[in-house]
Design a protein around this ligand. Sequence first.
Ligand SMILES: Cc1cc2nc3c(=O)[nH]c(=O)nc-3n(C[C@H](O)[C@H](O)[C@H](O)COP(=O)(O)OP(=O)(O)OC[C@H]3O[C@@H](n4cnc5c(N)ncnc54)[C@H](O)[C@@H]3O)c2cc1C
Length: 380
Amino acid sequence: MNFELTKEQEMTKKMVRDFADGVIRPRAVEIDEKAEFPKDIFDEMGKLGLLGIPFPEEYGGSGGDTLTYALAVEEIGKVCGSTGLSYAAAVSLGASPIYYFGTEEQKQKYLVPLAKGEGLASFGLTEPNAGSDAGGTQTRAELKGDQYVINGEKCWITNAEYARSITVTAVSGKREDGKNIISAFIVPKDTPGMRITSPYEKMGVRGSNTSEIILEDVEIPKENVLGDPNGGFKQFLYTLDGGRISIAALALGIAQASLDKALAYAKERKQFGQPISKFQAIQFKLADIAMEVELARNMVFKAAWLKDQGKPFSKEAAFAKLYASETAFRSANQAIQIHGGYGYMREYEVERFLRDAKLLEIGEGTSEIQRMVIARQLGC
Ligand SMILES: Cc1cc2nc3c(=O)[nH]c(=O)nc-3n(C[C@H](O)[C@H](O)[C@H](O)COP(=O)(O)OP(=O)(O)OC[C@H]3O[C@@H](n4cnc5c(N)ncnc54)[C@H](O)[C@@H]3O)c2cc1C
């Protein structure tokens, strides 16, 4: 067993850390305050090849692995949860399904520009009445001649307003046993009938774009069905398994940032004539956070490694997502506690970490759903 990163992984990590520290960190407070999607930062990230890390060079990517991509998400997550979420969603939810399931033609047409960083993509699964139970989608796609006509509504879709294509799921027919067939459709931006608005005022990840999508008689050619028309359900389950590793990596970034800030503050802040880091009550908090951050990191790395080896990784991705997101929330909460009243003030940033971390216990499957996935894998 080798816990050391490869030279390439170390290089990518350093490159992303330098970019995050130099370009994103100075803007993080403002991105949150103004709830402004940092489009220019994503243009830069595209030029650096960050949007193509886990895709092969033949599709415009840099041929990295899942672990390298997770390292990049963690580094960005350390400085800005909003940018981290939009980055993770663009790669894991926007581009990846096209890479996993798309036909060669779809990969050339839609994946290549995404991997080259020429734009973002989104994945529209959630609906007002179909969240955890995403198979209960009410959006319908009806085949008329060579066109599918899609009608329905999607909510809380990350990056949709800035996406060049959106993959949406819809019921496209019935199986012999009466159950719905779900298919996924690649809908290019500006397709008539698709309206995208961003009406939400969010608690955290405020600079990540979150959109509502209305589909009214949206006509899509048959060739835009993502891979197997009967495979939509399996496709989104696999996509979410992969996405969970990136959400876990983002949570790890927030947890690590909480530890770094809390430790620095504890060494600096004096009460009763000494730094508060000398009090055992504070030391125990820091020790717990440090341990949990390291355990979360090990789980993220293992899930990413399993995926890269082509081995089953669904349970481990759920472990990583569940543990890392709850660690991020606890770490941010304790970081506020260690900062005392200052931690409650915006300028110390740790309250932002808490608000951003909360989303990670909800998106891409809530903590309850992760426990269900794990229990199912245990044979319950
Ligand atoms: C900022 C943000 C970005 C998002 N981005 C995307 C995106 O890009 N694409 C996309 O498709 N979706 C996206 N989502 C949606 C997200 O994935 C869902 O919110 C999430 O899956 C939960 O669904 P829900 O909100 O409808 O909650 P519900 O499913 O209504 O759940 C409500 C509560 O009930 C619990 N619950 C539900 N079912 C069970 C059960 N069987 N057993 C026990 N407890 C249960 C849940 O755990 C939760 O606590 C985003 C959401 C947010 C907030």
